[in-house]
Unconditional design. Structure first.
Length: 263
């Protein structure tokens, strides 16, 4: 995978890809060129059979991402560079990625920064993390998926309480509301995110992809029987045909750790 990005850094540990937003001087806010770099990173992540789990975080200890770089826009930044079709940070409009991504939120996750985290499958937060969709305070709206994802993740009343006021929510309250999986001290954030990633890495990547696909595709399906009878899941079909589907039971019977292939 390419490593010489201008606004991001990448690191690979085993089957885990770590992506860090590297714009600490603007609290890791994003502008069109950085969105395009993110799009490229996640495209490569999706194609690489040796990469099974992703982690995204922000550089420094002040911000995961403050969202859209309004100063770049106000200063007349290059408007010929459009937003990637995959959305904010290459994630918010990306609906075909069955590999799990963990958001390691350090400090501020505001507006589009919060929307990046909501588009991830798990959120691990430092104890100084703060979340908000404050767009209405500046005459905007959270239109990169925040208005759709937050109600689905914490219920309409809790979500409206955040969205209609733009109020800031701390890490512990975020966990109580249900959109954060774990809160840890700032110094332990990446260790915690890597621990979650390693636990996922220990499972069959084919099973993980099937699990993610089925869970998200049936998020709004109220008919349980219909949901369970739906056989139109490419990741499930791929699981059935994979080497992992054979390896798992054999390893269990032989009382050894499985040797997952991811194919």
């Amino acid at each position: 995978m390419k490593t010489d990005y201008e606004f991001l850094t990448t690191e690979i540990n085993g089957h885990i890809l770590e992506v860090t937003i590297n714009r600490p001087d603007v609290m890791n806010s994003l502008h069109p060129p950085s969105h395009l770099e993110f799009d490229e990173v996640w495209n490569e992540f999706a194609k690489d059979e040796d990469l099974w789990v992703g982690i995204v975080t922000g550089s420094g200890d002040r911000a995961f991402s403050a969202g859209n770089d309004l100063k770049y826009q106000a200063a007349g930044g290059d408007r010929t560079i459009g937003m990637a079709e995959s959305g904010f940070a290459g994630l918010t409009s990306r609906f075909n990625l069955n590999k799990p991504i963990i958001a390691a939120v350090n400090g501020v996750a505001m507006g589009g920064g919060f929307e990046i985290a909501l588009a991830c499958d798990l959120i691990i937060a430092s104890d100084n993390a703060r979340f908000a969709l404050p767009e209405p305070k500046v005459g905007l709206a959270a239109l990169a998926g925040g208005l759709q994802r937050l109600p689905r993740q914490i219920g309409m009343k809790n979500a409206m309480g955040m969205m209609l006021t733009g109020r800031h929510v701390g890490a512990e309250e975020a966990k109580e509301l249900g959109f954060v999986n774990e809160v840890v001290p700032q110094a332990d954030l990446m260790d915690a995110a890597r621990r979650w990633a390693s636990e996922i890495e220990a499972c069959s990547p084919m099973s993980i992809r099937a699990t993610k696909e089925v869970a998200y595709k049936n998020l709004d399906e109220s008919d349980l029987e219909k949901s369970m009878q739906n056989g139109n899941y490419p990741a499930v079909q791929a699981l059935y045909k994979s080497e992992d589907f054979i390896e798992g039971p054999v390893a269990f019977a032989e009382k050894r750790a499985p040797n997952w292939k991811g194919k």
